[in-house]
Design a protein around this ligand. Structure first.
Ligand SMILES: [Zn+2]
Length: 440
């Protein structure tokens, strides 16, 4: 047993069975199925870090590893998964039994590669705050002070965006230093990517391409147009603080017999689309601060009329919550979009009333986000949890964003599925973890 514990320390893998059944009958007899618990980014003290790209099998894309069979004379390696023979590239020509590349050392069963060619340039983490304003003044005050504290702790290089919402969605232009400026979207309707591109002047003065998906600087978006909304924290501290300072209760009057008009769904779809337009495929998280139920636009959980009570556990059990399925469907759509973009949704829901976590949770779970529930934004559960995310000495806050887990196995092994904070990328054995953390 101790040898398996040593392996766990080295590779972050634990298996209920350390022997794989050899026959079909043996497989059937296994009450607990053969599985592996894998801890990505497990802190391993002397993990080798190799400053180049991994060598992949030309057939199955598996990586050269200590179990591969190597012919040092012919300079060929045999893939241990599909038995394909692969020629070593030129820069491996000096390989010999006494001159092994690190990835072939028998003890290096887990290694890390730092490769700029496979991953592209390293993009700093992106945080986009989505803040509800349909709250009483006291709650807004608590939230403002918590946000101001969190902003202080943002890593200097991280990019920050800021959205507020109530009856309307407001995207604040942090790169416009002189006056507070924002783009306003109706809360009643879902906003598409195309509308974001057009209405937020991403192609001002230039012709917008009529075909294809536009995503990031690669597709013709100028970095100036992006940096109006997503700015390095070190450059927008002053503007960000004044935007937070100026947050006010949603100014639209609420009749006495109605709930506030809160367009949570529209605001989240604006945030998801803005990230999709500006920084797809890079580590970003939407941090939503919500103080009540969504009543307006896409994915409401209750109508505005106070005469209609909010759905209860019983209603959900009996399938008699009329808005539930539609709202779940909407958030499932958001989840798919965020997973595709590699982005995370976190929810800080602080209210005595329900805010609709049951409907929204699909988007948080699939992206590996965090949920914090408290009765008030003044409660220490909320304040401490928010600060804890940002308290770190590391520039990336000890977080790893946008991970992709690819599983290669030999013909005799069939992967049945995966459990954990990840979503399928709809290719066999490829899953995305939008969020891994060494902290949790
Ligand atoms: Zn192979």
């Amino acid at each position: 047993m101790s040898e398996f514990l040593d392996l766990e320390l080295q590779d972050g893998i634990r298996m209920p069975w350390n022997v794989i059944p050899g026959t079909k009958q043996e497989t059937v007899n296994c009450v607990i199925p053969v599985s592996a618990i894998y801890t990505p980014l497990k802190p391993i003290s002397d993990i080798p870090v190799l400053p180049y790209s991994p060598l992949r099998c030309r057939m199955c894309r598996s990586i050269l590893n200590p179990f591969s069979i190597v012919d040092y004379v012919a300079k060929i390696w045999v893939c241990s998964f599909c038995f394909q023979r692969n020629q070593f590239p030129q820069h491996y020509s000096s390989i010999s039994e006494n001159n092994l590349p690190a990835e072939l050392f028998p003890q290096y069963t887990t290694v890390e590669y730092i490769s700029s060619t496979e991953t592209g340039p390293i993009v700093p983490p992106v945080f986009i705050f989505v803040v509800d304003t349909c709250m009483i003044e006291e709650e807004i005050g608590y939230l403002k002070s918590a946000l101001a504290q969190a902003v202080e702790l943002l890593p200097d290089n991280s990019l920050v965006g800021f959205i507020t919402f109530g009856t309307y969605v407001q995207v604040h232009e942090l790169g416009f230093g002189l006056l507070p400026k924002s783009y306003v979207f109706k809360g009643t309707k879902e906003v598409t990517k195309e509308q974001i591109l057009e209405q937020m002047c991403f192609f001002a003065g230039k012709k917008m391409p009529t075909t294809g998906v536009i995503a990031g600087t690669r597709d013709g978006l100028s970095s100036e147009s992006i940096s109006r909304f997503l700015l390095p924290a070190s450059e927008c501290e002053f503007v960000l603080n004044s935007v937070i300072e100026e947050i006010q209760k949603d100014p639209w009057p609420v009749p006495a017999d109605q709930r506030a008009s809160r367009c949570t769904g529209a605001a989240l779809s604006v945030a998801a689309n803005l990230l999709g337009v500006c920084v797809p495929g890079s580590g970003a998280r939407i941090m939503a601060f919500v103080g009540g139920p969504s009543t307006e636009g896409p994915g409401p959980i209750v109508s505005k009329s106070l005469s209609e009570p909010i759905r209860s556990h019983k209603d959900l059990d009996k399938d008699s919550a009329p808005l539930y399925d539609k709202a779940v469907k909407f958030y499932d759509q958001i989840a798919k979009q965020l997973v595709h973009q590699g982005h995370v949704l976190d929810l800080f829901a602080c209210a005595v009333d329900q805010v609709g976590v049951a409907e929204m949770k699909v988007a948080i779970e699939k992206t590996g986000g965090i949920v914090v529930l408290a009765e008030s934004f003044g409660h220490s559960v909320f304040k401490d949890s928010l600060l804890r995310i940002f308290q770190s000495t590391d520039d990336n806050l000890g977080l790893s964003f946008n991970g992709i887990l690819e599983i290669n196995c030999s013909k005799d092994v069939k992967v049945q599925g995966i459990i954990g904070p990840c979503s399928s990328l709809e290719k066999s054995f490829v899953f995305r973890h939008c969020y891994w953390s060494r902290k949790h």
